[in-house]
Design a protein around this ligand. Structure first.
Ligand SMILES: Cc1cc2nc3c(=O)[nH]c(=O)nc-3n(C[C@H](O)[C@H](O)[C@H](O)COP(=O)(O)OP(=O)(O)OC[C@H]3O[C@@H](n4cnc5c(N)ncnc54)[C@H](O)[C@@H]3O)c2cc1C
Length: 459
């Protein structure tokens, strides 16, 4: 079949379905193509399932800590992994059904299930059909990167995708990669009851964060019994006697780690290699990310790329914002730009990290005249009342403009508390606005004005 559309969207990640809705409401005859699961990574194998699992792990952790709060729980705390997975699957199913039904009942939208590939700058083949449109938009996301580790071909390894099928407790889970995906799995499986070792190639966990954050995260994880091996510069894996052996360092005397399962969590790669980009001359960068301008246009007129595949963000919020930018420019005459976006993300270990703007290292590298404020969670009443005093909050202020350059909240509710600072940054407000604000007591946010009252020059 050959069919003409006004627009074709390939991929149903965090931007495509919303764009389909907007386009169809604008009267455009639209096609959307999905090769696997409606809703993409976040809904099916990313944010939603992992946060559901994190919640189960926290329940186990808090049950074990019952005694700290004067709550006696007789007998050992056990985790039923089949039930943990079933709970997670139920939550995912609800979201997946929501997106699937939304798309399949959308007026003016044709849904194709299959792999979409460009045949030219204005045509896409999916299954046996050839679709034509003047506008083509990618929202194809990425997948787990599988690095070239010696011995990997001989062992069965897990990725963030196959972890979603695990309904048993690995006796000893070895995780290669100490960034956010690896650490979320590390803590949750430790709390479920596995022995866990994290192997990280760099000199610290979550390499892009400041040293004080990495150190504090390491302390939190080690306090729960997770083994962490940094500077693993010679990683190799092997299968021996039904177990997995991972070599981290090749120096003599450094022992290998022997575990029951190995999880690869060494980053993601864009789904751009099987899109037929050459047929239209769409450019990518050296790592395979589709190159886009500030309004998400590729180098080929009539083709855009949204979400993780354009390398301008790697989060649900950035993908969704890409949709907003594209729609604003296409329909509203509103020149929204990717560069207007303020960096922000959460790391959902427990306690979580909320981050906005620049790190302290980045501010230093820029040589900015800056002020810094820091407050330990142990000083915050709310954290003490809840006996969860790990972490700290930190803020960087431009000493000339009084604007907020960046902030981090590692501690209870950190992923929520960070938003008062993020919103002030979007409002381009000087820090004194928050310093003078009266916050609710007892909360974690309540200490932000206090922290702002005690700024020191960044040395
Ligand atoms: C374990 C894990 C945890 C995460 N946790 C968080 C979190 O807590 N918070 C957060 O903000 N982000 C998180 N992320 C990242 C987040 O999932 C992504 O940033 C988000 O899903 C945005 O992706 P996207 O819109 O670019 O596309 P995706 O969600 O990746 O969807 C792309 C879709 O396109 C389809 N597709 C690809 N190629 C084709 C083709 N040729 N034809 C047809 N269909 C195709 C795919 O099947 C997929 O359904 C996590 C990711 C992982 C892996």
């Amino acid at each position: 079949m050959t069919e003409q559309f006004d627009a074709i969207i390939i991929g149903t990640g965090q931007a495509g379905p919303s764009l389909a809705q907007r386009m169809t409401r604008e009267g455009m005859k639209t096609a959307i193509i999905e090769r696997k699961l409606f809703g993409g990574t976040c809904v099916n194998i990313g944010c939603i399932p992992t946060k559901a699992l994190v919640a189960s792990a926290r329940a186990a952790h808090m049950a074990r800590r019952g005694g700290d709060f004067g709550v006696a729980i007789d007998g050992p705390i056990t985790v039923d992994m089949k039930q943990v997975k079933a709970r997670k699957d139920g939550i995912v199913e609800q979201s997946n059904n929501g997106v699937t039904n939304w798309l399949k009942t959308m007026e003016n939208l044709s849904v194709f299930e299959g792999h979409g590939r460009l045949e030219s700058a204005n045509s896409v083949r999916v299954n046996g059909d050839l679709l034509h449109a003047e506008k083509i938009i990618f929202n194809v996301g990425g997948r787990a990167a599988v690095p070239d580790i010696p011995g990997l071909g001989d062992v069965e390894y897990l990725t963030n995708t196959t972890m979603m099928e695990v309904d048993f407790l690995p006796e000893h889970l070895i995780i290669i990669g100490g960034s956010y995906i690896g650490l979320e799995f590390a803590q949750m499986y430790r709390r479920f009851g596995s022995r866990v070792t994290v192997i990280e190639m760099g000199p610290k966990l979550i390499g892009r964060e400041d040293d004080d954050i990495s150190d504090s995260v390491r302390e939190i994880l080690e306090s729960e019994g997770i083994d962490i091996r940094l500077n693993a510069d010679c990683i190799a894996v092997a299968r021996r006697d039904g177990r997995v052996t991972v070599t981290a360092n090749c120096e003599p005397g450094v022992e290998d780690i022997v575990g029951s399962h190995v999880l690869l969590a060494v980053g993601r790669r864009p789904n751009s290699d099987d899109l037929g980009l050459d047929a239209a001359g769409v450019e990518t960068d050296q790592r395979g990310y589709i190159t886009v301008d500030d309004e998400l246009r590729t180098n080929v007129p009539g083709i855009w790329a949204m979400g993780d595949v354009n390398g301008r963000g790697a989060f649900t919020q950035t993908s969704n914002n890409d949709y907003e930018i594209l729609a604003a420019n296409m329909f509203d005459g509103d020149p929204r730009r990717v560069s207007d976006r303020i960096t922000n993300y959460g790391i959902f270990i427990d306690p979580p990290l909320g981050r906005v703007g620049m790190t302290e290292d980045q501010v230093r590298d820029l040589g900015r005249n800056a002020l810094v404020g820091k407050m330990m969670m142990a000083r915050i009443g709310r954290a003490r009342e809840r006996s969860e005093t790990y972490g700290f909050m930190k803020i960087l202020i431009d000493a000339e403009t009084d604007g907020i350059l960046g902030a981090a909240v590692l501690g209870i509710s950190g992923e929520e508390v960070i938003h008062s600072l993020l919103d002030a940054m979007y409002a381009d407000a000087p820090y004194s606005v928050i310093q003078r604000a009266v916050h609710i007591y007892p909360t974690v946010s309540e200490l932000i004005p206090t922290m702002l009252g005690d700024l020191k020059p960044l040395e």
